[in-house]
Design a protein around this ligand. Sequence first.
Ligand code: OGA
Ligand code: NI
Length: 407
Amino acid sequence: MGVMAVASLTLNRLINACSPLRSSEFSTPCNLMLVKKNIPITALQQQSVTDADLGISRDKCLKGVKALVDEGIKKIPDAYVLPVHHRPCHSEIFFDSLPLIDMTDAQGERRPQFIEAIADACEKWGFFQVINHGVSPSMIQRMVDAAKEFFNLPLEEKMAYASDDVAKTRRTGATRVGTSFNPSKETTLQWRDHLRHPCTPCPDVIDNWPDNPTCYRQAALDYSVAIKQLAEQLLAGLSESLGLYDGSLIEKFYQHDQQLAVNYYPPCPNPDLAVGLCSHSDPGGITILFQDDVGGLQVLHEDRWIAVQPSADCLIINVGDQMEILTNGRYKSVEHRAVLNSERPRMSIISSYNPSRHTKISPIKHLVDEHHHPALYREISYADYLQYFYSKSLDGKSCIHYVKNNS
Ligand code: OGA
Ligand code: NI
């Protein structure tokens, strides 16, 4: 059977398996790419690549994947080749839509519906999308353009921000450029470069942000201020949805820590063998994600990987581990990952809105009752949680087990 025949069989299976589905969801090249990734037995997956072929050392890989691609590599080095059972293409990819919430409903007479919709999304998905979120298209575009220009700088200039200390930004407030997630702890590297810096305390931290390209600081400032407003609206909604009118959730974020990370995933010559970012949950409070039109974000929902379709108007919101702990597991952080393609570079902009590092996190009293809802997690400071998060490789939801009671 030819590849196209297999692909269309797979497509039919997906169409039957997922409802409701919009036929337009299958019309873009990006979707076809993802459908192709679902083909279980292909020559592509059986490829093997050896460093011997390429003569590329792991040290060289640590200068980032963009540098490898810019040199014109045609196959990925061994360091990126995942064991067969960890390759994303071995899971079936489904096309479903995340719950969609209109932020204009947060004010006015539709507020009850808004509150109910975020509660439902956080309980069932841990993820949702928002429209009319107040971060204007031009603000997003300026952020994307500035970040793109940053990644296009000469390698030496970007490497000035590199550090082996993966927790550096969180600990010291410095800007950091990195690749993969935590290379010294990883058996297999991930096909991702990234830039990270805090946005709080503002404006003090701005001096640590990249000043080249010259538009970067203003773009990141405007973007992060708009994101903060959205995060506060969401937090107020989450608080109300949990019936926490005493401010017990919101007070955990009074002295918040807001971070901005840009992920850059260059085209990957063997997208079926590697991953951009492997399955994980986010360690913080809430995450607000923008993905460009290339697509590659997947969310684990009811044991199936769902490909999140890019949409220029939407921001994607997800519950982080601290929110799971605070809500005593009512709102769960959910595993997600980024997959690759061989055609186009992809960028995502991640804003996390978190408690400050010294904040002690434990299930909020109103959400605990000894008989029906005993506290599922022990108390931990956000700083200690992050230290644990950065001491390991990314591994699904393994971090939160560290603070589970009776585990
Ligand atoms: C992250 C993340 C997904 C993406 O950086 O935490 O989940 O699509 N990124 O880049
Ligand atoms: Ni994430």
